[in-house]
Design a protein around this ligand. Structure first.
Ligand SMILES: [Zn+2]
Length: 456
């Protein structure tokens, strides 16, 4: 632990708020500089271009980016040494280039990188996939990524840095020995109240809700499951909210339909999803009508192969650790390229983003059941479940941990749930249900509904 953390942990809360804000102002310098504002203005203009103009821009960027990677990255210049790069003029031509995967990136990372760590902004990735990886962003790319994210929010009315937001994340802001029930800190640099995801227990929940009611955020962002926990508590206890946010912007966890409906019902505003991984993938964002669109200015999405929804990404904001035809491990269903959306934005539509590859359970026969389908199995117990987690250690056995609401949970729900699982997974799967006081979170503060330990 660093000296600053030690001082932080021993300081009174108002000093901690000050320290959070000071570091927030410092971070803002690297995130919201001139490049950020220029790119934000560009993105506004870009939205108004026709599809043809957008594709032309994307192709130009693509050609430049591949040249850059080949010039600056020893890994890519080796990889492409027998390929005539002048052949690559369109997105379709990308097929002439080899695919790279996470293991290739990890084992060659020094030769992939084009900049030194000293001048880079680091991106950490890999928690759920088991491989941890540090990718490097140039400060300019980081600002562009921030602009992309804030532009997406501004389309539905949220003004970053001008409006108040509540964030649920995995930052360690609460000292381990704290006794008072204050599980949040204020970052004045972003008008942001940061709420700890680590302390969201049934006993603490009321303090969070009171704080939200006092703070009255105009948007809520961060971990999806944490927001769902809060919303479920508010609904179960019939608590009146004294604010209505403009929007909710979850990050870093796969959304479930039932969770989304819960948030919209409780907070009385829409949830807008977006996709952009910590490795630096291009963006997919939801428009005001909650349809997912590819952001053509940010890069290229391709399918891995015909009939396989897994995507390959080429991302224009990865000059530090270039990603070209990178097999990121996520899957998406694309709509036909020219499909129109009611929002009026001319951008390709993504029908569905499927969860991380590891977000699934196996049937006894080895077939995969994805996270969305697993989540659906819990929906017939309205408000009776506080949290559920499924753990698979053997191909033919699923263990379900339940944190239940004692007042609402009915005895027969265990059998009902078992039936649902048997129906989905087959009779050969042994389903074990355990009621626990609390399901533990990941080190990152995220909650995982599915833990799959079976080697694939
Ligand atoms: Zn749209």
């Amino acid at each position: 632990m660093g000296i600053l953390e030690k001082i932080y942990d021993k300081s009174p809360i108002f000093v901690q708020n000050l320290m959070v804000s000071v570091s927030g102002f410092q971070r803002n310098k690297s995130r919201y500089g001139a490049v950020y504002y220029d790119y934000l203005a560009f993105l506004r203009r870009f939205d108004n271009l026709t599809m043809k103009e957008k594709i032309e821009y994307q192709q130009k960027e693509l050609i430049n980016f591949i040249k850059y990677a080949c010039d600056k990255s020893p890994f890519y210049s080796d990889l492409y040494k027998d390929i005539n790069l002048n052949q690559i003029q369109t997105v379709d031509d990308l097929k002439k280039l080899p695919i790279i995967d996470k293991e290739m990136l990890r084992s060659n990372i020094e030769r992939v990188n084009t900049i030194s760590r000293k001048v880079a902004v680091e991106g950490h990735t890999g928690g759920t996939t088991g491989k941890s990886l540090v990718v490097l962003f140039t400060p300019e790319d980081m600002m562009k990524r921030m602009a992309m994210l804030d532009h997406f929010k501004s389309r539905v009315g949220f003004k970053h840095l001008k409006m108040k937001r509540a964030t649920f994340n995995g930052k360690h802001i609460i000292p381990p020995k704290q006794i008072t029930k204050v599980f949040w800190r204020y970052n004045a640099a972003c008008k942001q109240m940061i709420y700890s995801s680590f302390h969201l227990t049934e006993q603490n929940m009321k303090y969070y809700v009171n704080s939200l009611n006092r703070f009255k955020p105009q948007a809520i962002d961060g971990f999806f499951m944490s927001m769902c926990d809060i919303a479920s508590f508010i609904e179960r206890h019939n608590i009146k909210l004294e604010f209505t946010p403009i929007a909710i912007f979850p990050t870093s966890e796969t959304l479930t339909q039932s969770g989304r409906e819960l948030l919209e019902r409780v907070f009385k505003c829409k949830v807008y999803d977006q996709y952009a991984s910590s490795e630096g993938a291009p963006f997919v964002t939801e428009c005001k009508d909650q349809v997912l669109h590819m952001e053509l200015a940010s890069g290229v999405f391709e399918h891995f192969e015909e009939g396989n929804d897994e995507v390959l990404v080429t991302s224009f904001t990865t000059h530090g650790t270039p990603l070209i035809r990178y097999r990121i491990g996520d899957a998406m269903k694309f709509d036909c390229f020219n499909a129109k959306c009611s929002c009026g934005l001319e951008k390709p539509i993504v029908k569905e983003i499927q969860g991380r590859k590891l977000d699934f359970l196996y049937t006894a026969d080895g077939a995969k059941v994805n996270g969305g389908n697993v989540a659906n199995l819990f929906k017939n117990m309205p408000n009776a479940l506080i949290r559920a987690q499924t753990v698979q250690e053997k191909m033919d056995e699923i263990r379900i941990y339940l944190e239940i609401d004692q007042d609402r949970y009915k005895k027969e729900y265990d059998e009902l749930l078992k039936d649902e699982f048997k129906h989905k997974f087959g009779e050969k799967t042994n389903v074990i249900i355990e009621h626990v006081d609390e399901i533990s979170r990941e080190k990152s503060g995220k909650f995982r509904m599915i833990i799959n330990c079976v080697e694939s």
